[in-house]
Each structure stands twice: as structure tokens, then as C-alpha cells.
Design a protein around this ligand. Structure first.
Ligand code: MIG
Length: 650
């Protein structure tokens, strides 16, 4: 049961697309109104878990934390940092009578959840205009599904987006990309795509290629396609101010950029230098921006990642102080923390100084800040839908609930640490609760140096996340799977992804078509597993228990009912695992997971990329009777239940 309570005159976020009955007043919260804010509170009982909030720090059970929805470009993924790149204002209180609430506002919201042992949930909204969706259900899982249903059908990627991808900030020339393709091929490790980071561009300008390095991008894309590999260019939010440049000129002429208080266009310094931000809250500006992707689709590119769309601002016309590099250096050295606070103050000042024209409604950016990235994703997605007659790959750094209909997300600049592998494990179910099924982290970590062991363990987890992309920063150690000596273990672990493709693709598509989660906490199905956050359910048949500890060659696993333990070391070995706790050995060159009782797991033949996938050559593991296999050509937009076939165990 979902109801919508309207406060004041909310900004349209289009987060929810279903028709939802209106309620008169809040049922589950007490409410304090102040002049410029609404504060919702509800008490918690000792055993109540609180789920949700998607891409945030903290645990899957959010109790004890303080989280601020205010989209931020930050590499500080620690519990002392309250804001990451996204705002997913949905929480579920799993007590005697489970219920959820979605605070649908693009303004800043601070959540305190049993913070400092307060025994209550506080959602402090920096606005008096919002839609509150209250959801009641028989379980936390049902409450999440109700939200996902209300949001609307999740983004459907093409089959190839479920392959494995390699990326690095710093690949700059065709030789760099060819070397990656060769590195994988020569070592017999499958690969489907390579991401192109900002160095492919001409002066960091979107919708451009550096012509000296890429004289003929179309030929290059087609050459790579011939090797079974797609190229996935990055697109940043800001458009470089460059008189004479057609994209810039069109944007100016159409008035498609965000404006200053005085009516001129707002300027912010990002990678290309001074830029204007497209007004993604404006329909014509979105259409204009979406049309620009023709530059890529005309040249054979059909996958993209949208970056810097919080939006990130290095400096602006109002924060000249930071522009002087010497001054910045001095600030860095003298006051680490003070500098961070100063940067935050300057960002707020910038965000308060520009405006959107949301189809006639003038809105201060600061008040709708959390919607910017989501609306960029929407602009891209709607543009690509018009440009292509098939599905495309798209994922974004910043997001808001609802953006899951338009594309996926990656979780930004993590680092090569075991904590961040565990953070990835926690993010996945929480993102799924908020309708972001196509998601994943930078496998191996973005910042810092990855080790062979960390990469292998991280890959063994990423095998199960829809987006499986190895990405690292400039100046870090090489992180490609062939960069760590003996590649045998990498071949096996990444090879498993491809053998599980029939399952991963089917489970994703079924979850999307049925408003379900693809990854969920084990306790959503087995209440006796309450509190176990380092095991997850992936689709309907699999439970995983990834190794997230350095040096560990075994781990403890709670098996909530009799299951089949599957060990993959190049072949599948099945044994039975009885209900209860087990210490399970997991070598570095293998992946262990579990198939639930009464379920089946379809596995395919070893392949080198998704183009070789053969849905007719499958084997079924597990003790179930039937499996619902989803198949299509991997690109069609006609994704319906009609593409699902029942496989029966011989
Ligand atoms: O200021 O494009 O999160 O994945 O490699 C950094 C360069 C900009 C941030 C992204 C990261 C990407 C990097 N970008």
C-alpha cells in the first residue's frame, strides 16, 4: 500500500511514474514544520532494522548513522563523510509493522537514524515543498518492491553491457586501447568493452575526439568491434566555453545553459577550463543535449558513462581564490580540514548562485541540486532512444531515485582497499532497493594501488554485479587482469562471469520486468540471517558469500537452509551444504557460491565475449525442477515476458 502526501508546492522530480492515491496526512511520522524546513521523526524499537538510502556510507542496516543527501564529488568514502554522489531518500523501517518512506525532494535532506543512540529516525528536509510517499507492506522486501513498482520499469541494458569491461583514467591513444584488447586476448581472458576516459577528447570537450590521436574514430570503433570489443566514451556535464565551437554556439543560441542571477550564463571551471552547465531541468535543453550524442552514434558508439554531474565544480567565477594554484597548494599544506570546509562553503555559494528554468519555473540550483545528475542521465537516455533503434549502455555517477529508469550507476572514486570492496558489497542491495539494478563499483578500486589478491577477490564479487568494470585512476599501478603475473586465476574468475551469463542476464531482465530487486540482503528471504551483511542473494537461485578479508583463504558462511555449494575453478563442482554455519575454504583462483534449495542455475559454455553467447547450449545445476530463462537478441527493445521460456531439468 503506497500513498502520497503533498506538502506545499513541490518541484517535479518525475521520480515516481505510477498513479499513487493521495493521503491526507502522514501516518508513520510526527512532523515539525519550521519556516524553511520539514522535520519528520519516528521512534525505533531495539530490534528494528532500517534499510535504504541507496548509495550512502554506513552499513546495509543504516542504524547509528547520519547521512546527508547532497550530491558531492568526493573520493572520501569513509563513515565520517555524510554525502556521496547520489541522493536516494528512501528508507524502510523493518519492525513489527514494516513501512517505508520516500522523501521526494531534490533539496538537501539529513537523515539521522538512531544517531548517537537517539532511538529515532529523523529526516530533516531543507524545504517545505515535497511529496512524501509512505509505503506499508508485509515485509521490508515487499515495501521495497512497492517503491520500485511506483518508480517504473528499470533501465534495460543490452546483453553486451553484462560482459566484463576494462577502463582506466589515462588511456589516451588507439595504441593504449589496442594494447588492452591484445592483453586480454593473448591471455585468453574474456572482455566486452573498454571505457574511454576524458583523454580521448579534444581539450576535454564533450562531443569531440582529439583528432591527432583519433583521426577516424568511426574506423577505430569498427576495428575494435571486429575484435569483439565496444568502446564506451565518457561524457562530462559541463560544456566548454569556446566561441566558434558548434555545441557551445548552439547551447548559447538556444539558451540551454543554467543562468546567473543577472541573466547571463553561469560559468564553472571543470576539466576543459570554464564551462556552462546545460539546464537539464529544462525539457528543450535536455532534448538538445540528448541530440549531441549523435556525434558518437554516427560513428558506431553505443555505450556511455556520464561523469561530473553532481555537478562537480573545481572553481567558479565566484571562487577566484581557488583558481590560483599557489594559493591552493598553500591551503592544502596548511589546513587539510579547513580547506575541505572552505571548499564545501564555496560549493554551496556556487550552487546558490545559478538558476534553472524548469519549463517556466525558475529554480535556484541549490534547492534542486540533487536532481541535476539524474536529469543528465534522462537527457542522454531519451536522446539515445531517439538516435538508436536498439538498447544502449549508459551509467552515471550522480543520481536521484527515478534515474534508474534511464540508466545505471557506478559508485564513483573508491580506492583499492578491502574496506571499499566491502562497501561495494553493501552498496549493491541498497541500490537495488531504490530501483538501481544496473550498478557496480570500480572493480579493484579507483584510487591507490591494487594488489593481485585484492583484484582477484574483488573480481570474484563483481562477477555477480550487473556492471562489472575494472577501473583505476591515473598514476596508479596497472590494474588490468593481465598485469599481475600468472593470469590463470584471472582467466577462471572472469571466465565464470561468462559461464553465468544465461543466469545473470535472465535474472536481471526478470527483475526489471517484474519490479523486483536483482541483488538483495539474505535476510529479505531468510529472516534468520538478520544482520549478516557480507552475504547476498543474487537473483532467485544464488546466495554469495564473497571473501572480503586480506589474507583469508576461507571464511565463515551462514547457510540458512540446505543448499548446493558450487565451487568454480574452471569447472563447476557441486557438493551439499547443510543448514547452519560452515567454514568454507576459498582459494584465490576459485569462486564459491551457493544454489538455493529447489532452484536451478543455468550455466553456459566458456566464451570470450557476449557475442559468442549461445542460449541453446546450457547446463542446469542445482536440485530444482524448472528455470525461467530470458533470451532475446541482446539488443531489441521488445523485452517482455514472452521472451521467457521454462527450462526443465532432464
Ligand atoms: O575529476 O574522468 O569518477 O571515474 O576516471 C575526476 C576522470 C574525473 C572522475 C570519475 C572517474 C574518472 C575521472 N573523473
Amino acid at each position: 500500500m503506497i500513498t502520497k502526501i503533498v506538502f506545499g508546492d513541490p518541484v517535479r522530480t518525475d521520480a515516481v511514474t505510477a498513479r499513487v492515491p493521495k493521503g491526507e496526512k502522514v501516518k508513520n511520522f510526527s512532523l515539525t514544520r519550521e519556516e524553511k524546513r520539514l522535520v519528520f521523526r519516528c521512534p525505533l524499537k531495539a530490534g528494528d532494522a532500517v534499510y535504504g538510502l541507496g548509495e550512502t556510507m554506513g552499513r546495509v542496516n543504516k542504524r547509528g548513522g547520519r547521512y546527508i543527501s547532497f550530491n558531492t564529488d568526493t573520493a572520501d568514502h569513509t563513515d565520517s563523510n555524510p554525502s556521496l554522489y547520489a541522493s536516494h531518500n528512501f528508507i524502510v523501517i523493518d519492525g513489527e509493522r514494516p513501512f517505508g518512506a520516500f522523501f521526494d525532494t531534490p533539496a538537501k535532506v539529513t537523515f539521522e537514524i538512531d544517531y548517537m543512540g537517539s532511538g529515532e529516525v529523523v529526516a530533516d528536509c531543507e524545504t517545505c515543498d515535497l511529496n512524501l510517499y509512505e509505503i506499508e507492506g508485509g515485509s521490508a522486501y515487499e515495501v521495497c518492491r512497492e517503491l520500485i513498482r511506483a518508480v517504473g520499469r528499470c533501465y534495460l541494458p543490452p546483453l553486451w553491457a553484462f560482459g566484463y569491461g576494462q577502463s582506466r583514467f589515462g588511456y589516451a591513444s588507439p595504441e593504449d586501447f589496442r594494447a588492452v584488447a591484445d592483453g586480454y586476448k593473448n591471455n585468453g581472458i574474456p572482455l566486452d568493452y573498454i571505457c574511454m576516459d576524458i583523454d580521448y577528447m579534444d581539450g576535454y570537450r564533450d562531443f569531440s575526439f582529439n583528432e591527432r590521436s583519433f583521426p577516424d574514430p568511426a574506423a577505430f570503433a569498427s576495428d575494435m568491434r571486429g575484435r569483439g570489443i565496444r568502446l564506451v566514451p565518457i561524457v562530462d556535464a559541463g560544456i566548454k566555453i569556446e566561441p566558434g565551437d558548434p555545441v557551445y554556439e548552439e547551447g548559447v543560441k538556444g539558451g540551454y545553459f543554467c543562468k546567473n542571477r543577472d541573466g547571463g550564463f553561469f560559468s564553472a571551471g571543470v576539466w576543459p577550463g570554464m564551462t556552462h552547465f546545460p539546464d537539464f531541468l529544462n525539457t528543450s535543453a535536455r532534448e538538445w543535449f540528448g541530440r549531441q550524442y549523435k556525434f558518437y552514434t554516427d560513428r558506431g558508439f553505443e555505450g556511455f558513462w556520464n561523469d561530473m554531474n553532481e555537478p562537480a565544480i573545481f572553481y567558479s567565477e565566484y571562487t577566484k581564490g581557488l583558481k590560483n594554484p599557489l594559493y591552493r597548494l598553500a591551503m592544502d599544506i596548511l589546513f587539510g580540514k579547513r580547506r575541505k570546509e572552505k571548499k564545501e562553503r564555496e560549493l554551496v555559494r556556487d550552487y546558490k548562485s545559478f538558476f534553472h528554468d524548469a519549463d517556466g519555473r525558475r529554480l535556484r540550483h541549490y534547492d534542486v541540486h540533487n536532481l541535476f545528475g539524474a536529469m543528465m542521465t534522462r537527457a542522454t537516455s531519451e536522446g539515445l532512444e531517439r538516435l538508436l533503434d536498439h538498447r544502449f549502455m549508459l551509467f552515471s555517477r550522480s543520481s536521484f531515485i527515478g534515474a534508474g529508469r534511464y540508466g545505471g550507476v557506478w559508485t564513483g572514486d573508491n580506492s583499492s582497499t578491502w574496506e571499499h570492496l566491502m562497501l561495494n558489497v553493501r552498496h549493491m542491495p541498497s541500490l537495488n532497493m531504490c530501483g538501481f539494478l544496473f550498478s557496480g563499483a570500480d572493480t579493484g578500486g579507483f584510487g591507490g594501488n591494487c594488489t593481485r589478491e585484492l583484484l582477484l577477490r574483488w573480481l570474484a564479487f563483481s562477477v555477480f554485479t550487473p556492471l562489472m568494470r575494472n577501473h583505476t585512476s591515473k598514476f596508479t599501478r596497472n590494474q588490468e587482469a593481465y598485469s599481475f603475473g600468472d593470469t590463470d586465476a584471472f582467466r577462471k574468475v572472469i571466465g565464470l562471469r561468462y559461464r553465468l551469463l544465461p543466469y545473470i542476464y535472465s535474472e536481471y531482465m526478470k527483475a526489471a520486468l517484474r519490479s523486483d530487486m536483482y541483488i538483495k540482503p539474505v535476510e529479505f528471504v531468510y529472516p534468520e540471517a538478520k544482520g549478516i551483511e557480507d552475504q547476498l542473494l543474487v537473483g532467485d537461485s544464488i546466495m554469495i558469500a564473497p571473501v572480503v578479508t586480506e589474507g583469508a583463504l576461507s571464511r565463515n558462511v551462514f547457510v540458512p537452509e540446505d543448499m548446493t555449494l558450487v565451487r568454480y575453478d574452471g569447472g563447476f563442482k557441486c557438493e551439499s551444504a547443510s543448514r547452519g554455519w560452515h567454514t568454507v575454504g576459498v582459494g584465490l583462483d576459485e569462486v564459491v557460491f551457493f544454489v538455493r534449495r529447489g532452484k536451478l542455475l543455468p550455466v553456459g559454455k566458456p566464451i570470450m565475449n557476449t557475442g559468442e553467447y549461445d542460449a541453446a547450449a546450457l547446463e542446469l545445476l542445482g536440485d530444482g525442477e524448472t528455470y525461467e530463462l530470458y533470451t532475446d537478441d541482446g539488443l531489441t527493445r521488445e523485452c517482455t515476458e514472452a521472451n521467457i521460456r521454462l527450462l526443465k531439468k532432464a
